[in-house]
Design a binder for this molecule. Structure first.
Ligand code: OAD
Length: 227
């Protein structure tokens, strides 16, 4: 089976009703990113940051995967698929994807403030986090989100997956945030690279096939191209 890696961003979940970050009207126009999505912001006001992610989690409970997530999952029948996502939603899993690498964490999990990347501290979350809720190590429970200013532990397995891929498909990311944005440079020589985005930010020098469409339409086109 050929190896197919998807690199997905907020755009793949846009048609499910989740707001992207940098489009006009996006989340970072509504909230100061340094305040709600950086480790400094968390130290400055943990409650504000915890509540921001409580709100995101409540929204997630009201949305469903769209056709693009479903096609990603269907392609597992014909390819060895790894999904590397910057998204903190769980719509790939809900659509049936079995091998999902979350670079920026998961809304449906919580962890310890003292040791956020210690696997033994990470727990499934049902509902809101409140100030005073404790992780297993006794520190404040916090969202399992990788904030600006923090390490990105899943970048290494993601880079290995991209390096082994025969086909890499980028869907719905502005490719603005590193290290995720640098992952394409790990693609091996001869790998086919596709980019699906209505406003594609095309990396130069990689011979990328651009499908300048929304995720649902672009993924349907890709499915035909691959058959
Ligand atoms: P962005 O908001 O930066 O980019 C969203 C991309 O999706 C843009 O290129 C849009 O053109 C595209 N887009 C919009 N609607 C679409 C649709 N219906 N179908 C396909 N594409 C569409 O989001 P990301 O690149 O995912 O990290 O942002 C990366 C990271 O920045 C996030 O994971 C988050 C944020 O800060 C953290 O908070 C750590």
């Amino acid at each position: 089976m050929k190896k197919l890696v998807f690199l997905t961003g907020a755009g793949i979940s846009a048609e499910s009703g989740i707001t992207t970050f940098r489009d006009s009207g996006g989340l970072w126009e509504q909230y100061p990113v340094q305040q709600v999505a950086s480790i400094e912001g968390y130290w400055a006001d943990p409650e504000l940051v915890i509540n921001f992610y409580n709100e995101r989690r409540r929204q997630l409970s009201q949305v469903k995967p769209n056709r693009a997530h479903k096609i990603v999952a269907e392609l597992q029948e014909r390819y060895d698929v790894v999904v590397v996502t910057q998204n903190v939603d769980n719509l790939h899993e809900m659509a049936g994807s079995r091998n999902v690498v979350h670079l920026h964490g998961e809304l449906t999990k919580a962890t310890s403030t003292d040791s956020p990347n210690n696997p033994s501290q990470i727990v499934e979350l049902d509902g809101d986090i409140k100030i005073g809720d404790k992780a297993k190590d006794g520190s404040q429970l916090r969202p399992f989100i990788v904030w600006f200013g923090e390490a990105v532990p899943m970048i290494e397995p993601a880079a290995i997956a991209v390096n082994q891929a025969d086909i890499v498909v980028v869907v719905g990311t502005s490719l603005n945030v590193y290290p995720a944005a640098g992952l394409l440079s790990y693609a091996k020589r001869g790998a086919e690279i596709y980019l699906i985005d209505p406003k594609p930010n095309v990396p130069q020098g990689l011979g990328v096939h651009v499908i300048a469409k929304k995720a649902t339409e672009g993924m349907a086109e890709l499915q035909n191209l691959l058959s």
